[in-house]
Unconditional design. Structure first.
Ligand SMILES: Cc1ncc(COP(=O)(O)O)c(C=O)c1O
Length: 405
């Protein structure tokens, strides 16, 4: 069934966890494959073997960091100087929110189903800087349209931000259509795409998105290490974003002239020493993703989600939430079973070596569309097999039948 260019046997062997457990929580974080882990370990060993500041080692390390920047940029169709390394997705969103020169009365447009980290930076601007946050109401599946977003854009709108894929429902927003329509009709409005749940899962290209900014962590679908992430800033906006942190890494300071300058590259956001192990791991995760091909990954994961959906819907008393049409959903399925506490289900499955998650997913508005506040969530990735899904569904069915009797 695999369209992937690496064989499934090799993919499974690259992650020792899969010999023991069924892992179905990529939406939280996916286990990094061995090449990522070993690359980081090898760098750390070299640190203690050679010394961080052995000149040749240091020079090579910085070269590698720049190679990773180029690879990460290429993955999203950007140029290296437009990509900054961050520690997570939230940091990138904050760098944009806190870096723009807001005027009282400026407006930000976002969706009612936005994830917490893409709401609070804007709400804080509302509280502290007189910025107005306009919220677009999505449909019953948490989906919006370019028309709905444009209808919320007014003369004072400075920025529109959209999460590509919803973390609780898997809803895929029409981010390319929104970007295209926005730039056609209101080219001065900035567009920030939150790719937290799509980097490594769906093909991304900043030109096709027509976005000015894109933020994402590396640890989810890309399978990079915790503590890795990227922020893309389109070249012509680099100088509009004032670095939140300043220091030796991203600021030129000439004491005699008392001048302070930030380079017109994304390095302006790198105030001090970057998280080199995480960055090197991110680069190896990009290599791994490229070996498979992100388009093939999207197709494979789409097929697995569909299979998972079919299996879950057969279970008595189980309701699946999120888009019905497969093309409107990516990677994530949420559900509940009558009479079964979703958190208890997580524990029961974990005891059997099946890892899923349950919670509010900080997505109260999205879940309220289905009358839910807490749900169970599965997020299969290309490394899962049909047997993984059947095992998860069988255990869930046993829990459902237990609740019935
Ligand atoms: C949709 C969405 N946006 C943003 C984030 C924040 O990412 P991070 O935890 O890397 O800051 C997440 C994390 O779960 C997410 O799911």
């Amino acid at each position: 069934m695999s369209n992937l260019s690496l064989d499934h046997h090799r993919i499974r062997k690259d992650t020792p966890l899969f010999a023991r457990s069924v892992y179905l929580d990529a939406a939280a974080a996916a286990p990094p494959p061995l090449p990522v882990v070993e690359g980081i370990a090898s760098y750390l060993k070299d640190l203690s073997r050679l010394g961080p500041y052995l000149p040749s080692f240091r020079a090579k390390t910085y070269e590698q960091v720049e190679e990773v920047r180029s690879k990460a940029a290429a993955l999203i169709g950007a140029r290296p100087h437009e990509v900054a390394f961050t520690s997570n997705g939230t940091e990138g969103l904050n760098l944009v929110a806190n870096g723009l020169d807001w005027q009282e009365g400026d407006e930000v447009v976002l969706l009612d189903v936005e994830f917490h980290s893409n709401v609070v930076p804007w709400l804080r601007l509302e509280r502290e800087r007189g910025v107005k946050v306009r919220t677009v109401t999505t449909d019953g599946e948490g989906m919006t349209t370019a028309e709905a977003v444009l209808a919320a854009v007014g003369p004072r709108t400075r920025l529109v931000t959209i999460s590509h894929v919803l973390n609780a429902l898997g809803t895929v927003q029409p981010v390319e259509e929104i970007g295209q329509a926005l730039k056609q009709i209101q080219p001065q409005v900035l567009y920030l795409v939150n790719a937290a749940q799509s980097l490594g899962l769906l093909p991304l290209h900043v030109d096709r998105l027509h976005c000015d900014f894109l933020a994402a962590p590396g640890r989810k679908w890309l399978r990079g290490p915790e503590g890795s992430g990227i922020l893309y800033v389109r070249e012509d906006h680099l100088e509009e974003i004032r670095p939140t942190l300043v220091g030796w890494g991203g600021t030129e300071w000439q004491p005699a002239a008392r001048t302070l300058r930030h380079p017109a590259t994304a390095k302006r956001f790198q105030a001090g020493l970057p998280n080199i192990p995480a960055i090197l791991g991110l680069g190896l995760a990009v290599d791994y993703a490229n070996q498979l091909g992100v388009a093939a990954t999207a197709a494979q994961t789409g097929a697995l989600v569909q299979q998972m959906d079919d299996l879950l819907r057969r279970i008595p008393g189980l309701a699946v939430y999120g888009p019905v049409q497969p093309e409107h959903r990516a990677g994530i399925i949420s559900f509940n079973v009558t009479g079964v506490d979703p958190k208890r289900l997580v524990t029961v499955l974990a005891e059997q070596g099946v890892i899923i998650e349950a919670g509010t997913f900080m997505a109260e508005v999205a879940l309220a569309k289905y009358g839910q506040s807490v749900v169970a969530r599965v997020s299969p990735h290309y490394y899962n097999t049909e047997q993984d899904l059947v095992r998860m569904a069988d255990l869930t069915e046993t829990a459902a039948r237990g609740a019935e009797s």
